[in-house]
Design a protein around this ligand. Structure first.
Ligand code: MN
Ligand code: MN
Length: 269
């Protein structure tokens, strides 16, 4: 039967403005398996079925270990068994060590990154590990075949220079009303920053940027992927900024639909 691995990465050390994203993994996990909500994805995968989820729990950080090494190691272990892996953030900085870990199992992977922000500053506030910089590190280290960023609406000149330097494909939020053609030719990793969504749908983020995507639009884009999805993360949900757990429900829904697409595309791959 189909299985999906789950790993919480409760780290918000590199957030530039507000802490709180580290509290997200436990909340999302509890919501996913709460009796009030369906455990079925739209593609017909029941996350609540016995054995459907291999839950690796939440990563614990200790002062003696570099958190980046801890994340890379935990991801490599979790994905080493061969099941597609969904990571729960945490702020967006964690995607860099996660992708290092993913690479240990999948040397060729393309990234679909859905976000209001490009997160590709060379460094931000003097921190090269900032949650505004993971994709600069990922591209410098050539961890991925291709990077496609969707939903952006905060682009500045420094970002544009980085896009040109690294050959990033960008679909700005203004173009997300049209069909988004992804055309991946390798396995895919999906990184979803919850602030890609319009704050009307998802107010529980540290950086609300109006003019964003609907929940439906993000799911439609995920469901248009026609390659195996080997890994994913859902990051930047900040429970401290949420209103009536609205954003929590969105984050859990996106995890569910990512898992559903991992199973669907693997079955037909
Ligand atoms: Mn963002
Ligand atoms: Mn981000």
């Amino acid at each position: 039967m189909s299985r999906i691995a789950l790993l919480g990465v409760p780290n918000d050390d590199n957030s530039s403005y507000l802490r709180g994203a580290a509290e997200a993994p436990a909340r999302i996990r509890a919501h996913l398996f709460c009796d009030a909500y369906s455990t079925w994805s739209e593609t017909g995968f029941d996350l609540g079925a016995p054995g459907a989820i291999v839950d690796h729990g939440d990563l614990r950080f200790d002062a003696a270990t570099d958190p980046w090494q801890a994340i890379e190691h935990a991801v490599a272990q979790a994905i080493g068994a061969g099941d597609p892996l969904v990571c729960l953030g945490g702020d967006h900085a964690i995607t860099h060590p996660i992708l290092r870990g993913v690479r240990s199992r999948h040397p060729r992977v393309s990234v679909l990154h859905i976000d209001a922000h490009p997160d590709i500053y060379d460094s931000y506030q003097g921190n090269p590990r900032s949650h505004a910089s993971p994709f600069a590190r990922i591209m410098e280290e050539r961890l991925v075949e291709r990077l496609v960023q969707v939903g952006l609406r905060t682009i500045n000149d420094e970002h544009r220079a980085q896009f040109a330097r690294f050959g990033v494909d960008v679909v700005e939020a203004a173009r997300c009303g049209e069909p988004v053609r992804l055309d991946f030719d390798s396995p895919v990793y999906v990184s979803i920053d919850i602030d890609a969504l319009d704050p009307a749908y998802a107010p529980g983020v540290s950086h609300r940027e109006p003019g964003g995507l609907s929940v439906r639009r993000v799911i439609d884009i995920i469901q248009s992927i026609d390659r195996p999805i080997v890994g994913a993360d859902v990051v930047e949900y900040n429970p401290r900024c949420d209103i009536a757990d609205l954003t929590l429900g969105v984050a859990a829904k996106l995890v569910k639909e990512l898992a559903g697409m991992m199973v669907r595309n693997r079955a037909h791959a």
